[in-house]
Design a protein around this ligand. Structure first.
Ligand code: ADP
Length: 432
């Protein structure tokens, strides 16, 4: 927005300077005759007094009269000239020969020089020298102040538009982040009130559609759980009744059913994260303890697979107010992924940022994530091609759940390249 204002100001300043430069000259050029006549009228009185002074003295004393008048009229210059010394234009020559005055017009249409004939050979020239520097500065100061006043008025006019457009932008950003209840609250009387109204209606429609989809997902997931549990139970009961040759097949079927059940559970927790009534907990916890307890849950697997892991935390970490369940869920998913994709080591770091926020990173030495995929992996059900064979397990919901858990608390979850060679996931939780 600031860019638009700066551009607008630049355009206006250039246009104003251009107008000052060209418009007065063009107007004077267009109405040359009228300006000439006006200036001749203006100069007539003074000029006839000067001419009378010369005519009252004999010609030999004209230089003395010239000196007298020059000192009386200073800083205006009075000069006695021969006709051929005065560099007259044809027009001026003709006027002077007819005994008339001639004027030369300067900037803004005011006369700068007046020529009056004394006799067929001599004329007297009254010339206004350029304004002194301070007067020049003052008159430019007036012009600049008028321009500044115009820009100030423009700012007063632009300000409410700017504020409303900023609000529109912020609302669009929050909607994009999934805060579907966000509205612009811009007055209908604003100049962009109509646009804001359409935007808010669109936001309401979007919210309704998204809610319908979530409710559907939630309902379907709930409905699926009961038959899946029955299926699992029924298959297990069948185990003793089927011939031993078919038991392996039966166990595979049980595995598939449990995988489906897991998916449904993940779906339920994902859609619950979006539930508006979902009350977030706010508890003061030590992040180091929280990370330790998450890692504790994976200790057996980590040791079993010989993965080297380390937690590096700054010594002076304060306690943080956050939702421990959601944060632990996010960290669990990141650690589980790091374990799946690492070669042999993973590292967790806890650091306090300058603004009081806490940065928690989970990184590994695995294959990492290509730059162009780094935003997409946070979309639900998005899995990178190389893991589609499902060797690594998972449904592509883990990172979506993690991001939602962190953003729901006002934080961010992003991914970058780790110095270890693999992916580095960064959770940033704001202070307070
Ligand atoms: P899944 O449960 O299938 O792993 P996620 O949402 O947790 O789903 O992850 C999405 C995709 O991101 C995964 O399919 C995987 O390709 C990629 N990914 C996640 N974590 C890592 C990691 N630490 N290293 C490399 N790739 C990763």
């Amino acid at each position: 927005m600031l860019k638009i204002l700066v551009r607008l100001y630049l355009v206006i300043i250039v246009a104003y300077a251009g107008a000052l430069l060209f418009i007065p000259d063009s107007i004077v050029g267009l109405f040359q005759e009228r300006f000439m006549a006006y200036n001749l009228d203006q100069a007539k009185g003074v000029q006839s007094l000067i001419v009378r002074q010369f005519h009252q003295a004999p010609r030999e004393q004209w230089p003395a009269v010239e000196q007298d008048l020059a000192s009386a009229f200073a800083p205006l210059e009075v000069k006695l000239l021969r006709m051929d010394q005065a560099e007259l234009s044809a027009d001026e020559q003709a006027r002077l020969e007819q005994g008339q005055y001639a004027v030369r017009i300067a900037e803004w249409g005011y006369y700068e020089t007046v020529l009056a004939p004394l006799d067929p050979q001599w004329l007297v020239r009254l010339h206004a020298p350029p304004d002194p520097l301070d007067i020049n500065l003052l008159s430019w100061g007036v012009t600049v102040l008028i321009g500044a006043a115009m820009l100030g008025c423009l700012l007063l006019w632009v300000w409410p538009h700017w504020r409303d457009l900023e609000r529109l932008k912020e609302t669009a950003r929050r909607l994009g982040q999934g805060q579907m209840a966000e509205r612009t609250h811009i007055s209908p009387h604003s100049n962009i009130g109509e646009l804001a109204g359409v935007f808010d209606t669109m936001a309401s429609d979007l919210e309704r559609h998204v809610n319908q989809q979530r409710e559907l997902l939630n309902a379907v997931s709930h409905e699926l759980r009961t038959p899946l549990t029955r299926l699992d139970f029924g298959l297990v009961l069948l185990f003793d009744e089927v011939p031993p040759a078919s038991r392996k097949r039966l166990l595979e079927l049980v595995g598939h059913v449990r995988e489906l059940d897991e998916l449904v559970l993940e779906l339920l927790s994902y859609s619950r994260l979006y539930n508006a009534d979902h009350a977030r907990e706010r508890v003061e916890v030590s992040l180091l303890e929280l990370v330790d307890s998450v890692l504790g849950g994976f200790a057996e697997e980590l040791d079993g697979r010989g993965i080297q892991w380390e937690v590096r935390a700054e010594g002076n970490l304060p306690r943080f107010v956050l939702d421990p369940r959601l944060t632990a869920r996010a960290v669990q998913n990141l650690v589980r992924n790091a374990m799946r994709y690492c070669d042999e080591s993973l590292l967790l770091r806890l650091r306090l940022e300058d603004d009081g926020a806490c940065l928690l990173t989970v990184e590994d030495d695995g294959i990492g994530i290509p730059v162009e995929e780094r935003e997409r992996i946070f979309q639900p059900f998005y899995r990178l091609d190389r893991s589609r064979d499902r060797n690594t397990g998972g449904f592509g919901l883990g990172l979506a759940i993690s991001r939602r858990s962190i953003e729901g608390q006002g934080g961010t979850l992003t991914v970058a390249q780790s110095a270890l060679g693999g992916a580095q996931f960064r959770i940033r939780l704001p202070a307070g």
